[in-house]
Design a protein around this ligand. Structure first.
Ligand code: PHB
Ligand code: FE
Length: 323
């Protein structure tokens, strides 16, 4: 497999990359992806927003569709990179293409594309109204933004030695859309000897100070149970194909979810969730969220490595609850 990039730059100043039989090129407006049986074009802002999530989330759970054609499947050690594999029309025409690569190899290439193709002032994690443009000829870089690591609490935000509480002093001002969120902190009285085991923090305050969108943070973890809240504005830049069920709790405002069959892309449902609504997304779908006004969402993940096989083999159902 070839993973090296040509060092020369195209007329727009961007490097060309290859991974196996896939090649990647960008111009002022678009990402161009080619493979032996076809090619695909995506708007560069949408491509970089999706790529940023795939890299920062280490290929996430299951399938990360950049759109209805291109994406990755995480096998937790290796990754499938595909074009048209989860698109009924591509499959019928036998134009789909998929390659399995080592996670370290694809991560290296994807990090390099993200770094080279992101211009100064464009932050792929930011809401479109809080970032500069992705378009144009090569113009500097934004390495600090694209190398941002995601919050992963070891136990819980705020506990000794763990992820810090966000405040003005550590560079986390309240977002313009959450100016009305109360900023008080809980008072915790721990029994002597339990000071490093008992804690509490104001989750609404924490989320009101998130500088990014569509980027779940692990704020608490208990064995395989991960609390992953996030703030959402505009469109989830990936269409996520599940390999397990996920629970969503909308904590504020409203999110609309477009839900499709995971493998064909056929429409399954539109789910409009308002503050307080809870949904379980089954393990055989893919979904993309839309939020007109910045919204707080709690994503509850079960990170057990055993789940994909249990679901794929039919030993446990695709939906976590029967009503
Ligand atoms: C999801 O795919 O379930 C997901 C990803 C990112 C978010 C919210 C939900 O911000
Ligand atoms: Fe998901």
């Amino acid at each position: 497999m070839t993973t090296e990039a040509a060092v020369e730059h195209n007329p727009h100043g961007y490097r060309r990359f290859s991974l196996g039989e896939f090649t990647f090129e960008r111009d002022e407006f678009f990402a161009h992806i080619s493979w032996p049986t076809g090619s695909h074009v995506m708007s560069i802002d949408a491509f970089l927003r999706a790529l940023q999530r795939d890299v920062a989330w280490n290929f996430f759970y299951g399938i990360v569709n950049f759109d209805g054609v291109f994406g990755t499947v995480n096998h937790y050690g290796t990754v499938d990179i595909f074009a048209g594999r989860y698109n009924e029309a591509f499959r019928k025409a036998e134009l789909d293409h998929m390659e399995n690569v080592e996670t370290d190899d694809i991560r290296g290439v994807f990090e390099n594309i993200l770094d080279d193709w992101t211009n100064e002032g464009f932050d792929p994690f930011a809401s479109p109204s809080e970032t500069g443009t992705a378009f144009g000829e090569k113009n500097g870089s934004n390495s600090d933004a694209v190398r941002r690591v995601r919050v992963e609490a070891k136990r819980m935000v705020g506990l000794p030695g763990d992820e810090p509480i966000r405040d003005d002093a550590n560079g986390h001002p309240v977002n313009r859309q959450f100016a009305d969120v109360e900023q008080d902190d809980p008072i915790v009285h721990a029994e002597a000897g339990y000071e490093d085991r008992v804690g509490g923090f104001n989750l609404a305050k924490y989320l009101s100070r998130s500088p990014v969108t569509w980027n779940p943070s692990i704020v608490s973890i208990c064995r395989d149970s991960l609390m992953c809240p996030t703030t959402e504005e505009y469109i989830l830049p990936i269409i996520h194909g599940n390999d397990r069920a996920e629970w969503f709790v909308v904590l504020s405002d409203e999110i609309i979810w477009e839900v499709e069959d995971r493998d064909s892309g056929a429409k399954r449902a539109t789910v409009t969730m308002k503050a307080g609504d809870v949904a379980a997304m089954p393990a055989d779908i893919r979904h993309q969220g839309y939020a007109s006004k910045r919204s707080m969402l709690l994503v509850w993940e079960n990170a057990s490595a055993a789940l994909p096989e249990m679901i794929a083999s039919g030993r446990i159902p695709v939906q976590p609850v029967e009503f």
